[in-house]
Design a protein around this ligand. Structure first.
Ligand SMILES: NC(=O)c1ccc[n+]([C@@H]2O[C@H](COP(=O)([O-])OP(=O)(O)OC[C@H]3O[C@@H](n4cnc5c(N)ncnc54)[C@H](O)[C@@H]3O)[C@@H](O)[C@H]2O)c1
Ligand SMILES: O=C(O)C[C@H](O)C(=O)O
Ligand SMILES: [Mn+2]
Length: 547
């Protein structure tokens, strides 16, 4: 291998971290400054440069430079500053980089770009992307529903890159075994179609048979090339996300983050909140504001949990109310999605059914005890709505989890104030602690990033054939167990600063559930050992004879 290739390969390059012996053997003398640094010294120096950047976007670009140059150093740094780096590497700053991707484009960051206009090259593109690596984890997006900011075409590739960064930092997934992918199936965002800098396919989204066929070709090709892969779907549009998951979930090891990941984290947050309030889940009235991919996915997860806790299907259903653009969803509401239908209500249940067309009217009519926002409607949880809710329940559970920050249904400080400190709050983006009447309230982050790394690590470590509901349920319960509910103002979810530790807990529970279901393809004697063996550490390995 040529020396330039070593220095340009982020999986091999160590910069000043090459030892003198390596420099002699690899022919690197003179190509890097003479100083030899440990990874810790490098990280200290780089962190100092990072700290000088004034905006989050500048910070992200700086970190991406490290990512592009030296992946081990990047992950060493990330794992040491996980709480500080998460909002920069990932949500919410990632939303800005996605919106401006074409204008800032420099390097593809080892992502693979698959075009619906060029299905003939799909196999070759995936082989090129892997470059001989043993790919075990893929995050793929067609970017129709990026966070709450909608359709960003090929620019959504950054969500695949960003989610995978979190996988490694949180759960030690080997970064040389992952592949971020974007499926460029067009975009309906006119400003992108009109933008001369746009780097994607310049046409409207392809739908119907051709799209479905492209997805099928993708799944088949991935399975053939990477038979042990765990396939994560991210930010597909409402009309495709659940359809794709339902088509493949019993065939391959696959996961939809917005449906399943979000379901787990919200259930875990609710279990944490109920631990604080000392209440039972089966006594709660659940209102989903925004019943799209995430809203319906969460509803299904909470419903399944109510069934597990002993309710009949009919009883359990009576605890749920879905509110979307049309207002409260009734059986006869036009345009119901297949996921909304089971939870639609009968008009005859209400005297004023015709008036239940907005959130406030619905809250007045049904008195929810839990309200989760996945609507993308900024400020939708107003003071009067929250007051109304708080009048009928002692400890209202309110999770505005639309992302990014500009789309929050309410901010944590307002919710604490409006509920007089009684609200049990979590937000999708990180929120600072709120001080109110002398108590400091920690705000949990109900973001699927708290669970998807551990979930995949456990599934992969167990060599599980599938990702099943009982594995998902085990993951949700394992998180709930970690919350410290004794302190006044305690958070409903564990803090992001402990992401490494609880990702391991999630991984072990998930792997154990897979083994219990006999889904493991290889024999597993010790689940904990299997999880720990999979864990990759950002450490330099001695390099010899690469030439
Ligand atoms: N915190 C997390 O982990 C997490 C996970 C997934 C999604 N989300 C967030 O949830 C939001 C929704 O994501 P999604 O993937 O479900 O998108 P989606 O498009 O599938 O769903 C959004 C739903 O909100 C509805 N909606 C839009 N305007 C509305 C209004 N005025 N009143 C009521 N409902 C309205 C839409 O009709 C749709 O059903 C996004 O902001 C996303 O960032 C958060
Ligand atoms: O990406 C996130 O921050 C969470 C979630 O998957 C989302 O779509 O908002
Ligand atoms: Mn998402």
């Amino acid at each position: 291998m040529h020396v330039e290739q070593i220095l340009n390969d982020p999986f091999l390059n160590k910069g000043t971290g090459f030892t003198q012996q390596e420099r002699d053997e690899l022919g690197l003398n003179g190509l890097i400054p003479p100083v030899v640094r440990t990874i810790d010294e490098q990280a200290t120096e780089v962190y100092e440069q990072f700290a000088k950047k004034s905006t989050d976007l500048e910070k992200r670009f700086f970190l991406m430079e490290i990512f592009n140059n030296n992946r081990i150093l990047f992950f060493y740094l990330f794992s040491r500053h996980i709480e500080e780096f998460m909002p920069i590497v990932y949500d919410p700053t990632i939303a800005d980089t996605i919106e401006n991707y074409s204008h800032n484009f420099l390097r593809p960051q080892n992502a693979v770009f698959l075009s619906i206009d060029d299905p003939e090259h799909m196999r070759e593109a995936l082989i090129n992307g892997a470059n001989g690596r043993d790919i075990r984890l893929i995050v793929v997006s067609d970017a129709e529903g990026i966070l709450g900011i909608g359709d960003w075409g090929v620019q959504g590739v950054d969500i695949s890159v960003g989610k995978l960064m979190v996988y490694t930092a949180a759960a030690g997934i080997n970064p040389s075994q992952v592949m971020p992918i974007v499926l460029d199936t067009g975009t309906n965002r006119q400003s992108l179609l009109d933008d001369p800098f746009y780097v994607g396919n310049r046409h409207k989204r392809v739908r119907g048979e051709k799209y479905d066929h492209f997805i099928e070709q993708f799944v088949k090709t991935v399975e053939a090339l990477f038979p042990k892969v765990y396939l994560h779907w991210e930010d597909f549009g409402r009309s495709n996300a659940a359809k794709i998951l339902n088509r493949y979930k019993d065939r391959i090891t696959t996961f939809n983050d917005d449906i399943q990941g979000t379901g787990i984290i919200v259930l875990a947050g609710i279990l944490g909140a109920l631990k604080i309030s000392g209440q039972k889940l089966t006594d709660q009235i659940y209102l989903s504001f925004g019943a799209g991919t995430a809203g319906a996915g969460i509803t299904q997860r909470i419903y399944d949990e109510m069934i597990l806790q002993g309710l009949s299907e009919q009883e359990a259903k009576s605890h749920f109310y879905l509110v979307d653009k049309q207002g409260l969803l009734f059986e006869d509401t036009p345009g119901l999605t297949p996921e909304q239908k089971p939870f639609a209500r009968k008009r005859t249940e209400f005297k004023n059914a015709a008036e239940l067309t907005n959130l406030e009217a619905v809250v007045k009519a049904v008195h929810p005890t839990i309200m989760v926002g996945t609507s993308t409607v900024k400020g939708a949880f107003t003071e009067s709505i929250v007051n109304e809710m708080a009048e009928h329940t002692a400890r209202p559970i309110i999770f505005p989890i639309s992302n990014p920050t500009k789309l929050l249904e309410a901010n944590a400080a307002d919710l604490i104030k409006w509920t007089n400190g009684k609200g049990l709050i979590a937000t999708g983006v990180p929120s600072k602690p709120v001080t109110y009447k002398g108590v400091s309230y920690e705000i949990g982050q109900a973001n699927n990033a708290l669970v998807y790394p551990g979930l995949a690590a456990g599934t992969i470590a167990a060599t599980s054939r599938l990702l099943t509901d009982s594995m998902i349920s085990a993951a949700a319960h394992s998180l709930g167990g970690i919350v410290d509910t004794t302190k006044p103002g305690a958070a409903v979810l564990p803090p992001v600063s402990k992401l490494n530790a609880f990702s391991r807990t999630v991984a072990i529970s998930t792997a154990q559930a897979a083994v219990n279901e006999q889904l493991n393809q290889d024999p597993i004697d010790n689940v904990q050992q299997a999880v720990d063996d999979l864990h990759w550490e950002p450490k330099y390995q001695e390099m010899k004879n690469v030439k």
